[in-house]
Design a protein around this ligand. Structure first.
Ligand code: SF4
Ligand code: SF4
Length: 389
């Protein structure tokens, strides 16, 4: 705790140093709750931290899976906040999903003075994209935590876990203020989930850890993990070349926004929060309800035969577009779709890529889509029910 507060400078340290504002930028994807997290952080300042504060979010269509940014500013309580533009040079950058790390826009305005909090996969140390930034000296100090795992285990959501981590990195000495703001906000809206959310926040506060300091930028860490300077230099050269094509001022008219969830070829898997629908083909009656309910083009129907009749038959799911909302599980009348924990199902044997997109296979390779459908879940259910397998 002391180590973290000391390294980041924190909220009080920054304001006492004479800097006008302590600014936070949240980088997230619709569905992870960053908007609410930003609101709670903003309210927290005025109500419980004895500072003045403001917050707002920026998002597009509000569709799950599309980019969301949150901006929070703190200053001394006597000062009036008269700036209302996005946080350009954050003191603290908070990245809610690892898929965002490869997006250059996420890192804009960061410097050696910026602290960063990222989410980690279980047992992960430093993701490659982070090592590159550290190697380059583009960010100062980095912290990480297994936010999704904590959220699932505590039955809370990623936003409260990240809220706990932010409070710690800001150098807030106790969780009391955080708990209070949770009660004020979530206690009213979701009273049944308050206990779980408080637990998620507590674990975020306690489990966020230092991944690197300013004094250890990348080279040692990179070498240890098998990333050498040549690889990084090549990646940087490739990024520069791409910049020449895709800069905002020289993009061709009619250009597209290639970020998550923005186009039909966008990978929506980063929106999933640990759960996916599993398809039990043996139970499916091909009613098509899942297909008409799914907000994205996940289900793949093709001409086939069912009970001796020619009809459109459910071939399986294209998990590339599945954002994990689980509406299909709710609607299936015969439990042919069931909720599964994503990390427990690494097999892809029934994965059916969307036929219309097959002429662009590069997108699948780059995204590393982790879709699959398994009949194993069916067998497991049968075993649990004591039936024959
Ligand atoms: S709703 Fe269920 S039964 Fe109907 S097509 Fe979809 S998976 Fe099959
Ligand atoms: S969980 Fe089901 S309804 Fe939601 S996006 Fe995935 S396949 Fe479609």
């Amino acid at each position: 705790m002391e180590q973290i507060a000391k390294k980041s400078g924190g909220l009080r340290g920054t304001l006492e140093s004479g800097k006008e504002y302590y600014e936070i930028r949240l980088e997230s994807i619709g569905g992870l709750g960053a908007n609410l997290c930003g609101k709670m952080l903003g309210e927290l300042g005025v109500k419980y931290l004895d500072v003045n504060s403001s917050s707002f979010s920026s998002y597009g269509s509000e569709k799950t899976g599309t980019p969301v940014k949150g901006f929070i500013r703190y200053c001394q309580k006597e000062k009036e906040i008269r700036v209302h533009y996005p946080v350009v040079e954050p003191d603290l950058l908070v990245v809610f999903h690892q898929a965002l790390l490869k997006d250059d826009g996420v890192w804009k305005g960061c410097s050696q003075d910026t602290s960063v909090i990222i989410t980690l996969e279980p047992r992960q140390d430093q993701p490659k994209e982070l090592r590159e930034r550290l190697f380059d000296g583009q960010i100062g100090t980095c912290y990480g935590l297994e936010a999704q795992k904590i959220a699932m285990e505590s039955h809370s959501r990623i936003n409260v876990v990240m809220l706990g981590a932010v409070l710690k990195v800001m150098g807030i000495e106790s969780l009391e203020a955080g708990e209070q703001i949770c009660r004020d906000t979530l206690g009213k809206k979701y009273p049944d989930a308050l206990k779980a959310n408080l637990e998620g926040m507590r674990r975020g506060y306690e489990e966020v850890r230092l991944l690197s300091g300013k004094e250890a930028p990348g080279d040692k860490a990179g070498a240890k993990a098998g990333v050498d300077a040549k690889d990084i230099a090549e990646d940087k050269l490739a990024a520069k070349t791409a910049d020449k094509v895709w800069g905002y001022d020289n993009a061709p008219i009619g250009g597209i926004n290639p970020r998550f969830g923005s186009t039909v070829i966008s990978d929506l898997s980063p929106s999933r929060q640990g759960y996916i629908p599993l398809f039990i083909k043996e139970r499916c009656i091909n009613c098509g309800l899942c297909h008409s309910t799914c907000p994205d083009m996940v289900f793949q129907f093709a001409k086939g035969e069912y009970k001796g009749r020619e009809m459109m038959v459910n071939q399986g799911l294209d998990y590339y577009h599945c954002k994990g909302c689980l509406r299909c599980v709710d609607v299936c009348p015969v439990n042919a779709l069931v909720r599964g924990v994503e990390s427990e199902h690494p097999r892809k044997e029934y994965f059916i890529p969307n036929q219309e997109l097959l002429r662009m296979p590069k997108y699948y390779e780059e995204a590393g889509s982790d879709g699959y459908i398994t009949s194993e879940s069916y067998l497991t259910e049968k075993r649990m029910e004591g039936g024959e397998v």
